[in-house]
Design a binder for this molecule. Sequence first.
Ligand SMILES: O=C(O)CCC(=O)C(=O)O
Ligand SMILES: [Fe+2]
Length: 205
Amino acid sequence: MENNSCLIFNDFLVPEDNAGLYAHALLQKEAFEHTQTVGKDGKGMVNEKWRHSNSLLPIYFKDYYKLLAQKIKAQVPDIAQQLNIEPFEFGHIEMHLTSHNHGEFYKPHIDNGAGQLKNRVITFVYYFHSIPREFTGGQLLFLHNKPKPLIIEPNNNSIVFFNSSLLHAVHPVNCPSGQFEHGRFTLNGWIWKKAEQEEAVPAAQ
Ligand SMILES: O=C(O)CCC(=O)C(=O)O
Ligand SMILES: [Fe+2]
């Protein structure tokens, strides 16, 4: 599906990889930690009024990081063009694996607000969950869309791409069992543009 704000692909991974990723996430349960947000000072912190979820660092899902990053990287120019984003020099792909369970959410925000984060250009969110789905809610909302937000359902094996500067939120998840394996899982991240030389390497004194 395509519209002005975002690009959605269904059945993004082959079914074996989609199921393998879900099984892998469950095995890593103990390694999940409260998700952090990046403050104005560029430092990570947990702010549970703002964002409530649990995340896994890339060292715990190396193979799936590679799989998704390669697939995305190959399509960057095309995705940028379809989102009406000026061509840019590719930098790198940042990725987390995140779980939203009962009552968890992410309040309205943009992804490239301050400091180094300005080099995030495109956000992607790949969704996966148990079959059948054991939660409701958890929609991705685009709030610039008036009068009503644009609502994206977090469907298993779909991926959404959008401009990181769009205001968006995750509607609270309703997962009656509260069980980890019944959560709303994502591989979520950003396509970064290459930082300007002077930003990446401080000038010699
Ligand atoms: O999980 C989602 O649908 C969106 C996540 C998000 O906004 C983010 O990781 O910045
Ligand atoms: Fe976001």
